[in-house]
Design a protein around this ligand. Sequence first.
Ligand code: AMP
Length: 221
Amino acid sequence: MRVILLGAPGSGKGSVGERLREATGFPWISTGDLLREAVRDRTPLGLRAESQLGKGGLVDDETVLGLLRERLSRPDCRDGYILDGYPRNLEQAATLEKLDGDRPEIVFDIDAREDVVVRRLSSRRICPSCEAIYNTISKRPKKEGVCDVCGAALVQRTDDRAEIIPERMRTYRAKTEPLVSHYAARGTLHRIDANGTIEETVRPIQAVLDGLLTKGSRGGR
Ligand code: AMP
């Protein structure tokens, strides 16, 4: 099975993905993480992505596809996977269909109001060393500005800065939001209210997935 998490930046796709990974055992694949990792490791695809990241627009489809194709070819994706941040435009949805079209697919639109997502993005802090994620409002580290896990100083992601957020929202509305009607038309879309806590957001998703997985699709790719 393929689980696709759609939603604006800051809607909580990452937190949902992490919970679903724990619950289903499927790997959680964030293309944003794949891109940041490739840039950090100075791989050929990372070098191509570097100048495009952090500005609020999309990285070119070919670069992202190169990273995703490699990730999906690993054995842990055989029974299923959770995609966070892919597809991000209609072309990528078509590419995914060509790449792995036989797999049953379910799509969740993680839907939060704009004031909620802007607040979440501007309060997010990350650990540059071990990649743990914090929030200055809802998930504060024990010691302010310091990672609980490894003790490194927390930083703000470049694209979480106030001056970049409006561009990310524009990109989302123009390029990614059309996917909501695309998947609704295919009958695979579930809209999820993501204005509340992570528990409130995950509960209905989990209920849908439990229903599907107990029907036996888990072993069926
Ligand atoms: P995220 O961590 O999902 O917020 O992604 C961070 C940034 O990575 C985005 O603002 C884009 O520039 C880039 N990115 C992530 N996923 C994709 C994708 N599927 N297609 C193009 N660019 C992407």
